[in-house]
Design a protein around this ligand. Structure first.
Ligand SMILES: Nc1nc2c(c(=O)[nH]1)N[C@H]1C(S)=C(S)[C@@H](COP(=O)(O)OP(=O)(O)OC[C@H]3O[C@@H](n4cnc5c(=O)[nH]c(N)nc54)[C@H](O)[C@@H]3O)O[C@H]1N2
Ligand SMILES: Nc1nc2c(c(=O)[nH]1)N[C@H]1C(S)=C(S)[C@@H](COP(=O)(O)OP(=O)(O)OC[C@H]3O[C@@H](n4cnc5c(=O)[nH]c(N)nc54)[C@H](O)[C@@H]3O)O[C@H]1N2
Ligand code: SF4
Ligand SMILES: [Mo]
Length: 743
């Protein structure tokens, strides 16, 4: 007999509510949940393929442990014994920094990934932390850290209310949005236009999003910071800067005006390949719109001036008075946010508190660049121990980071490696132990991360749609046991990990004057927690301490897990509201418009005014039915237009003698790949495009379908040397390449 169950989709940042159809314990279908308070029935082709993603026969069912060089099926007990035996001698013999931790993208899409990695890092005390953030959005964290004093205070565009959206280096019609959680992003953009709003898209490719726009500017890759600086310049030059309600919360306006002096529209025009008049128009329109928001993503982050571009996005929102007002860009307030402390000066944000061993690259937000992972393993220096053991959770850096071939070799040289991953793929094949989490249908879901980036405040939780299959272990228990094995407590009850976090959190909360539980007894509070599992009790605790919480009885109508469970389609908490000055945690207590590290990086941007790159540059692209490196194994999500081809403009193709469909050799600093050409004027002249996450042709993986159309690894064209210096983020777009017809 078939039944249905609700499940929030974990496959992208849009967090749509799904209604799953189940036969017994098997998911057979998925449709949008029309009653979901946020997504209201929206679903995309990926979500519609939830069943196929969930039941992929290549998903691992048992742990694997390497014996005599071979990965073999093992029991959970054997696997964790092997983890403890592999990690502890490295920690004890070489110190905690010799154990690297690599955290990948799906950690922001799972309950376990939100709750346990912080405990692992605190327990292990390693500084060798590498995450997908430094091939993605680290520039935004750094700019928010410097501007607002909090690396996680990221304003999001008020999509549903704005009159004017300037959208840069993002393609939400395919990606469904990023650092801006908005189920049905396409519908929201169409609604913006339908209410008379204006959409400008800046992208070197004429994307599906660009086609929807009122204006599309095909900028030269890597030059958005120049464009935005020239817009800021124009606002000052034409006396259009108007901070309005923001004036009391901002400092450094005069210094900023001076810093923008050189960036006239004429000065940047040639580098950006945009008319100076068009740049002026963009600035004037932004200032004139009743409300407006500038929003930028991957194409503006993964470039040499990623932090400057990210900073300028918020600078423009501030200069036009659009930050922190409805219709502009606002700070969401998630239900599991910590109890907001009273406004006032904070500790600020520091960069470079330590450095990587080999290249001396500064940490950002406690992380070292993923681009430096291979060298931190394979290069000996006098400064300290190399990374000898690796804990990889939900990451596939062999494909997602620069120079996978070098990383491949480096991983092979480790003393020990453990991967928490459902697949035996390009990265996990190097592990000594693979710990497979259950498929999403067997896991609970709550968006700890994405609710802090959502265009509407709301809260939803879904329990596992089906029980754990026999032999499966919940990912939260896998990670709790991993924490214990890594920190010398192998064999202890994994529930102790949750209990410890609850004790520490409540112990701290009762001491905070602004907390609703100030002065109470933490044991009495802990006894009130409800939930069937450790993660549920922790969610209950966070909700109750949070900004909408019941404060453990202090606000009886407030949120609790029980209340959330009584609302299976979620609870709407209203539109985004102005919050300043509360989110500011800078030392001055104000938004600091021209922080010192930014000012020190501006000479590099001035230099870029004169750069005229010759030859072709490479950019990426995402396909609607893809998700980074791990969905090419699902037949329903591959084929058709989702192919690993090299997009090239007809003029470039003619000049280089490249025929449509012919194999082309692409060379970069890190290596070369051969891919079929797809001639299209959707990409501007001088730019070629390859998608990432392909290259499934390495031996020893278990990705049967992906291997039938492996594609090539675009990141092999990179050698890891190109970084945004402030954030350590890899440069993945605007990369110089050479082309030659193959054979
Ligand atoms: N050239 C180029 N490179 C890029 C990008 C680009 O635009 N261009 N984009 C970058 C971006 S934005 C990102 S976020 C990174 C992503 O980089 P990664 O996070 O390294 O890559 P993913 O492909 O997302 O791989 C995630 C891994 O998690 C596993 N996984 C899936 N579901 C689960 C789960 O529920 N639990 C666990 N434990 N594991 C799971 C998958 O099998 C896979 O091995 O790639 C970056 N790389
Ligand atoms: N279908 C699908 N959805 C996804 C993912 C996926 O792999 N597939 N990945 C998820 C992840 S991890 C992330 S981080 C998000 C990313 O979400 P988005 O940021 O929307 O990602 P992209 O679709 O890669 O869009 C980036 C755009 O930037 C353009 N671009 C490249 N270089 C430049 C430049 O120098 N300047 C400007 N202005 N534009 C440039 C590219 O042409 C591309 O169209 O998507 C998420 N959603
Ligand atoms: S848009 Fe994202 S969250 Fe929504 S159904 Fe598609 S993949 Fe899932
Ligand atoms: Mo990402």
């Amino acid at each position: 007999m078939s039944r249905t169950a609700l499940r929030i989709c974990p496959l992208c940042e849009a967090t749509c509510g799904l209604t799953l159809t189940l036969e017994g314990t098997r998911v057979t279908g998925a449709r949008g949940d029309r009653e979901d308070v946020f997504s209201k029935g929206f679903i995309c082709p990926k979500g519609a393929s939830f069943a196929a993603v969930d039941s992929d026969p290549d998903r691992l069912r048992t742990p694997l442990v390497r014996r005599d060089g071979e990965l073999r099926e093992a029991t959970w007990a054997e696997a964790f014994d092997a983890v403890a035996a592999g990690l502890r001698p490295v920690v004890e013999g070489h110190g905690p920094d010799s154990v690297g931790v690599v955290l990948g993208n799906p950690n922001v899409h799972t309950v376990a990934g939100a709750l346990y990695p912080p405990v692992l890092l605190a327990g292990l005390r390693t500084r060798s932390l590498f995450t997908a953030s430094t091939v993605d959005q680290m520039p935004k964290h750094v700019s928010s850290g410097l501007l607002f004093g909090d690396a996680n205070a990221i304003p999001v565009p008020d999509l549903d209310h704005t009159d004017h959206l300037l959208l840069i280096g993002a393609n939400p019609l395919e990606s469904n949005g990023s650092l801006c959680t908005a189920p049905d992003f396409p519908g929201r953009l169409k609604a913006l236009k339908a209410r008379g709003g204006h959409l400008t898209v800046v992208d070197p490719r004429r994307t599906r999003t660009a086609k929807l726009a009122d204006r599309h500017l095909a900028i030269r890759p890597g030059t958005d910071a120049l464009l935005l600086a020239a817009m800021a310049h124009t606002l000052f030059a034409e006396d259009l800067a108007d901070l309005a309600h923001l004036a009391p919360h901002v400092q450094g306006l005069d210094e900023l005006r001076e810093a923008m002096e050189d960036f006239t529209p004429e000065a940047v025009s040639e580098a950006c390949d945009l008319d100076a008049d068009v740049i002026r128009t963009l600035a004037r329109e932004l200032a004139a719109a009743p409300t407006a928001a500038v929003y930028a993503r991957i194409g503006s982050c993964t470039v040499p001036h990623g932090t400057l571009a990210s900073w300028l996005v918020d600078v423009l929102n501030i200069l036009t008075g659009n930050l922190d007002r409805p219709g502009g860009a606002l700070f969401p307030q998630a239900a599991t946010d910590r109890t907001p402390r009273p406004a006032g000066p904070g500790r600020g944000f520091a960069l470079g508190r330590w450095h990587s061993r080999v290249r001396q690259l500064p940490e950002a937000k406690g992380e070292l660049p993923l681009s430096a992972l291979a060298e931190e393993i394979d290069t000996a220096t006098a400064e300290g121990e190399p990374v000898r053991a690796l804990i990889v959770v939900a990451a596939n850096p062999v494909l997602s980071a620069p120079d996978g071939d070098r990383l491949d070799k480096a991983l092979d040289s480790l003393d020990f490696m453990v991967s928490v991953d459902p697949y035996l793929n390009e990265t996990s094949r190097h592990a000594d132990v693979v710990l497979p989490p259950p498929p999403p249908s067997q896991s609970p879901h709550h968006d700890f991360a994405f609710n802090t980036l959502a265009v509407r405040n709301q809260v939803r939780y879904t329990r596992p749609a089906v029980p754990l299959e026999p032999g499966r272990m919940a990912e939260s228990e896998i990670l709790a046991r991993l924490v214990l094995a890594a920190t010398g407590m192998h064999g202890a009850d994994p529930a102790a990990v949750d209990a410890m976090v609850v004790d520490q959190t409540l112990g701290k909360a009762v001491q905070e004057k602004h907390s609703p539980v100030h002065g109470r007894d933490p044991r009495e509070l802990a006894a009130q927690l409800t939930g069937e599992t450790g993660p549920e009790r922790r969610l209950d605790m966070m909700l109750r301490l949070g900004p909408y919480g019941d404060g453990f009885g202090a606000r009886p109508d407030g949120l609790t897990l029980a209340l959330l469970l009584a609302h299976p389609h979620g609870i709407d908490l209203g539109p985004l509201r102005p919050r300043l000055p509360q989110p500011l945690k800078t030392v001055s207590g104000k938004a600091e418009l021209l922080p010192e590290p930014i000012a020190a990086d501006l000479p590099r941007l001035r230099q870029a005014l004169r750069d005229r790159p010759e030859g072709l540059v490479l950019v990426g692209r995402r396909h609607l039915r893809s998700n980074n490196s791990w969905m090419h194994n699902v037949p329903a999500l591959t084929g058709g237009s989702n192919r690993c081809t090299l997009h090239i403009h007809p003029e470039d193709a003619a000049r280089l003698g490249v025929r449509d469909g012919a194999e082309v050799r692409v060379k970069g600093a890190g290596g070369e790949v051969v891919a079929p050409a797809e001639i299209t004027d959707a990409v501007r002249p001088g730019v070629v495009s390859l998608p990432h996450g392909w290259g499934h042709d390495r031996p020893g993986t278990r990705l049967g379908h992906a291997a039938t159309a492996p594609g090539v690894n675009v990141n092999q064209l990179l050698d890891g040397s190109l970084l945004d210096p402030l954030s350590g983020n890899a440069v993945l777009n605007g990369v110089p390449v050479q082309l030659a017809a193959s054979l």
